[in-house]
Design a protein around this ligand. Sequence first.
Ligand SMILES: C=C(O[C@@H]1C=C(C(=O)O)C=C[C@H]1O)C(=O)O
Length: 193
Amino acid sequence: MTLPELQFPVIDASQRADWQLATPHCLPSHPELQRWLLDPDSLTAKLKQHCQHFKVHVIGQQPGTIRPDEARWLGASEAAAIREVLLCCDGKPWVFARSVFPQQALNEPVLQLGQLGDSPLGAHLFAQPDLTRSEMEVAQFAPDSALGHLHQQLGFEPQTLWGRRSCFTAAGQKVLVAEVFIGGSIPAQFMNE
Ligand SMILES: C=C(O[C@@H]1C=C(C(=O)O)C=C[C@H]1O)C(=O)O
């Protein structure tokens, strides 16, 4: 599948998302979708188990203005580094991920977030012995949201999408990672909750 030219950032600071702590009443009813949303391990590692060829397609990684709720997680200003990618399995996009972190984390020698390129962020984070992860938040994205439009731009049928978000801390740096399941990741019937 050839990916279309995608506008960075997909999510701009003006877009709201209704992130909620992942408590039972905020979760989709389908058990498989719940398992994907709540899995505490590396999503990269999980996706690699579901395909022959895994690839990170970097939409962009630039300084930018993050949303107030993102800045609150980082305990930093709204000027931060923004990384948006598609995680692709066998050429099909399965996850849109947006990671935000303070600019100074780019030069942190252990995490080396400034040199990530198309290597998976998870490989760097989950290799850290001091890694901690916050509780998981979840959110739904309607077909007319920026992520709903991205999903359709990638050639998939309009549907409500589900995402998860958590804040990692390692090497003294905070990285807020949001992952939204799109396209080929979960069969359509799981998404129409
Ligand atoms: C945090 C992880 O890293 C994954 C890789 C990302 C990237 O390369 O930008 C972003 C989100 C994650 O799904 C993970 O594997 O769990």
